[in-house]
Design a protein around this ligand. Structure first.
Ligand code: DLZ
Ligand code: SF4
Length: 508
């Protein structure tokens, strides 16, 4: 009897476990553009367009490989609006014996599929290097789940940048070389851009019509939408971006949104590129003398370290992870995250880039948007939803641990050993933002004081009970305590005033 093989919008890999399990001669692939997936958060229009276009092209490539594909377009009149609805509809039409699928990357869908009144068979998503079992075995009995040790195991497991059982160059991690301030000029042209073909044009018309009110610009749209294009993009970046990626990976510039970043998460997370193929391309560049070790090691760590570790945490911690709020933060996300006026140039730049591109790099996400949200005490659930919606590469398995855990410390330190907070100084050191800001980064108090400077102390002061004993934060409290009390009071009162004006909707 026929089985249905579900392929989700972020499972666009020809060797997906569900496809491997089934038979193209007798089984039917189900792919569906559905309202539920397109609107569980208000996704950036570029994200929806990318997923739909890549889904349509993937369906076509499966057909060319001999599969029968039942593909539902968003506008199809019989579209039931949900993945489970589409499976039930097709199960009846094909008189299917059951559904085979690769485990989705989100608890919400795992539950919905498991609850269906149909015979289902879920397979592990083995596009990842660590299985859930691998991660749990590693985590078992450890007091702290530090990424660095997990990463070393992944290096050993994959053999990437290894000489026998020793790390290439004698060290596991070259991050101290990867924190150079912003360069004067950037000699990489940025991600490869692709002209929209007919499939992409059709999708752009659909998305423009159906998601006109979502935050974000649909045009210009130049993403790769199939594996062939994504591989060309990868080769272009390895040649032009990778050599200096490490040096400047934490830097930010007003006029260079991508610097040397790979812009590869979008393609990896949808399944157009495979993590090992991407890492091997980077390692080859190193072995050929084209890119230095600090760049290649830093990049490979992002993929087989952070990315896999984030997924491990998401699945280990369970469905309630996204609701955690260890610091009890409950402020509403201010309008500036949706493009309302702000005097803070760093926030304005990060948000503007997010609106136009659906992309900001990791330091803009962590040390500008995330740092501000943490310092200001914004509700982690709102921040989480924002990140999931606005970034084109965001799926919950990777976004939630990054935001809830790493950026907002809302998981009470499972991921981070201390909160990632900084005053304006860090942003000043790593970017050229402060020079064109209406605030003055040098000012610690007064009408033009950089809000990060005020909120930094406000955060530490209001969470003293929790963090004073943290060995990595003792210094911060010692500096705070050495200030005279009138100065401390002035900082706290100006910070409170700033927050009140922000809550009031005033442009701050
Ligand atoms: C993100 C997304 C969107 C916008 N639309 C669809 C869709 O219409 N059909 C689909 O199969 N998948 C879509 N996705 C991706 C899913 O939301 C994703 O598979 C789950 O969140 C699990 O990671
Ligand atoms: Fe951001 Fe402060 Fe610098 Fe302005 S002065 S860009 S608010 S860090």
């Amino acid at each position: 009897m026929v089985r249905l093989v579900l392929v989700l919008g972020d499972q666009l890999s020809p060797d997906l476990s569900a496809l491997r399990k089934c038979d193209r001669a007798s089984d039917v692939v189900v792919m569906a553009e559905v309202g539920d997936e397109a609107s569980y958060v208000s996704h950036h229009p570029k994200k929806i367009a990318f997923i739909f276009a890549a889904m349509r092209k993937f369906a076509e490539s499966l057909r060319n490989d001999g599969w029968q594909v039942a593909y539902t377009k968003l506008d199809d009149p019989e579209n039931t609006g949900s993945i489970t609805g589409e499976l039930i509809r097709h199960a009846s039409a094909f008189d299917a014996a059951g559904i085979v699928y690769t485990e989705p990357g989100e608890w919400r869908l795992i539950k919905a599929l498991g609850d269906m009144p149909l015979k289902t068979h879920s397979l592990p998503d083995d596009r990842f290097i660590a299985s859930h079992q691998d991660f749990d075995d590693w985590a078992q009995g450890r007091k702290q789940l530090r990424m660095e040790y997990f990463y070393r195991d992944m290096r050993r497991k994959t053999g990437l940048l290894m000489n026998g059982d020793q790390p290439e160059g004698g060290k596991w991690n070259y991050d101290h070389d990867n924190r150079k301030p912003a360069p004067a000029s950037v000699d990489y042209s940025g991600p490869m851009q692709f002209t929209a073909d007919e499939t992409v044009e059709d999708v752009l018309t659909l998305v423009a019509r159906r998601f006109a009110n979502n935050f974000g610009d649909l045009h210009p749209f130049w993403f790769a939408t199939d594996t062939g294009q994504a591989r060309r993009h990868l080769a272009h970046w390895v040649k032009g971006g990778l050599p200096k990626f490490g040096d400047f990976q934490d830097a930010m510039l007003n006029d260079h949104r991508y610097l040397y970043h790979s812009f590869i998460g979008l393609y990896l997370n949808a399944g157009l590129l495979d993590p090992l193929e991407v890492c091997q391309a980077a390692e080859t560049a190193y072995r050929d003398g084209h890119a230095p070790l600090n760049a290649v090691e830093g990049f490979i760590r992002q993929i087989i370290g952070w990315r896999e570790y984030m997924r491990g945490i998401y699945f280990r911690e369970g469905p309630d992870y996204v609701t955690r709020n260890a610091l009890g933060h409950d402020r509403k996300l201010p309008g500036m995250y949706w493009g309302a006026e702000t005097r803070m140039n760093c926030i304005a730049k990060a948000v503007d880039q997010t609106r136009t591109e659906g992309y900001a790099h990791h330091i803009q996400r962590l040390m500008v948007a995330g740092n501000f949200a943490l310092l200001a005490g914004i509700d982690p659930a709102e921040v989480h939803e924002w990140y999931l919606a606005v970034y084109v590469d965001a799926y919950e398995w990777v976004e939630a641990p990054n935001v809830i855990g790493m950026s907002l410390f809302a998981d009470d330190g499972i991921i981070a050993s201390k909160p990632y907070i900084s005053s304006g100084n860090y942003i000043h050191k790593m970017s050229d933002y402060c020079g064109s800001c209406q605030y003055r980064v040098q000012d610690k108090t007064g009408p033009d004081a950089c809000p990060f400077n005020l909120l930094y102390w406000h955060f530490l002061d209001r969470h003293r009970d929790r963090f004073q004993g943290n060995p990595r934060m003792g210094n911060m409290y010692r500096v705070w305590d050495k200030m005279d009390s009138s100065r401390r009071e002035q900082i706290l009162s100006e910070a409170a005033d700033f927050l009140a004006r922000m809550d009031n909707g005033d442009p701050v």
